[in-house]
Design a protein. Structure first.
Length: 414
């Protein structure tokens, strides 16, 4: 009996080295990645074994918000041999990534004898190497830029931080994940970072990646501050409400971003006032869906969205707005969430909100009538005043339209 046990132990001891060696029979000579921004990522592999290598596959994960951990695989083509050299290319024409995306990858390789090896995981950054980027980090924000001095980047960062502070104060949300902001010096430079850019593209916010890429030159700093705060608000709100169960109504999503910029621009105020005076406001229920592509309707949609959020924040508490966002994240319908938080549905919000707009509009018309009546008594003077006013408004309107059209070019991608 003892002899038999001894033989079993001896046999096991002899087998152990062969098992250990089997795991080491597959050797990785090269595991690397080539970044060809913005068109492709090429993952390279070279491996050898004492017997034929029959399987090699790439595993990779993209750093983005997901409802579950997602691991994708790439299967390179190669001829089985004891030494193989192959690669797998991720073609961005099929699924593009924003600049700065982090990709974690590793390989598994197996030979004919069943020996298998897995390489350590490595992280690659899909960076736009066309420019010498400088960076500035504050908290969870990192701003990248390549043109302009340090004060340019600092002013943009200060605007972002101020916007985040207002957002926390107004609705209680804050960044839950790091956010990267890439400042291109022009729309043309930005479009060079995209696979299929539209000629009007001025910026893109990749909400699930936590990345903003936008064209802001040092001589358009004021516009850049507002535009960045707007897109940053979208990212933070989307982080706070990310869920497979529901989405925000468009008026709330855009209204929060507009409101967090600061006071509504005069250009949009005029569109809102005109709609009020002509009784042509777009219903809140209609504003739950994507805005019209027609410029006039789009301008009014943004102006109304700002006004709706202003109404809710000025007349109700911050806690209610945060509660509304939480219920929408949990999958409640728009009507259910509004009713539970405020005691009225979308139509109720529409009527209550419009009631606050009508009285000022009547006063404005009344005052305008009085002014016009008095001015009529001095007709020549009125003509001169109106002529100068028309010239000024035409110039201002042209500038405002150009500014807003560029601003509307900022797109958001999931």
């Amino acid at each position: 009996m003892i002899k038999r046990i001894g033989l079993v132990i001896l046999t096991l001891l002899l087998l152990i080295p062969s098992v250990v060696n089997a795991g080491n029979d597959v050797s990785i000579i090269d595991s690397s990645v080539e970044i060809n921004f913005p068109t492709a990522l090429t993952f390279n592999l070279e491996a050898e074994s004492s017997v034929t290598i029959v399987d090699a596959r790439l595993h990779y994960q993209v750093d983005k918000m997901n409802y579950a951990q997602v691991t994708s695989e790439g299967w390179p083509d190669f001829t089985p041999a004891s030494r193989v050299k192959t690669s797998w290319t991720w073609d961005m024409r099929k699924a593009s990534l924003p600049p700065g995306t982090a990709i974690t990858y590793w390989w598994t390789v197996e030979d004919k004898a069943g020996n298998k090896v897995e390489t350590p995981s490595t992280t690659a950054l899909f960076e736009d190497s066309r420019y010498d980027w400088r960076s500035l980090t504050e908290g969870k924000l990192t701003l990248f830029w390549y043109e302009g001095d340090d004060s340019f980047a600092r002013e943009l960062m200060n605007a972002c931080e101020a916007g985040l502070a207002r957002l926390t104060q107004n609705i209680g949300t804050y960044p839950e994940r790091p956010i990267k902001i890439y400042i291109y010096t022009s729309s043309r430079d930005l479009q060079g970072a995209m696979i299929f850019p539209m000629e009007w593209t001025g910026g893109v916010a990749f909400t699930e990646f936590g990345i903003i890429a936008i064209g802001v030159s040092p001589d358009r700093l004021d516009w850049g501050k507002r535009a960045l705060v707007h897109e940053l608000t979208h990212l933070v709100v989307h982080q706070a409400t990310f869920s497979p169960y529901g989405r925000l109504p468009v008026w709330l999503d855009e209204g929060l971003a507009m409101y967090n910029e600061g006071e509504l621009e005069p250009f949009l105020q005029s569109w809102l006032a005109k709609a009020i005076s002509e009784n042509k406001l777009i219903s809140v229920r209609s504003l739950c869906s994507p805005f019209s592509a027609e410029p006039e309707k789009a301008y009014l949609s943004y102006a109304e969205s700002y006004s709706l959020v202003e109404y809710l924040l000025n007349n109700y508490s911050q806690d209610k707005m945060l509660h509304l966002l939480t219920l929408l994240k949990q999958g409640n319908t728009y009507d259910e969430a509004l009713t539970q938080v405020y005691g009225f549905d979308i139509d109720g919000l529409d009527s209550r909100w419009q009631e606050t707009l009508l009285a000022p509009a009547v006063i404005t018309v009344s005052r305008s009538s009085v002014i016009a009546s008095k001015a009529w008594q001095s007709y020549p003077a009125l003509i001169a005043v109106l002529s100068a006013l028309a010239t000024a408004l035409a110039l201002w309107g042209a500038l405002a339209l150009e500014e807003w059209d560029w601003r509307r070019s900022c797109r958001r991608k999931s």
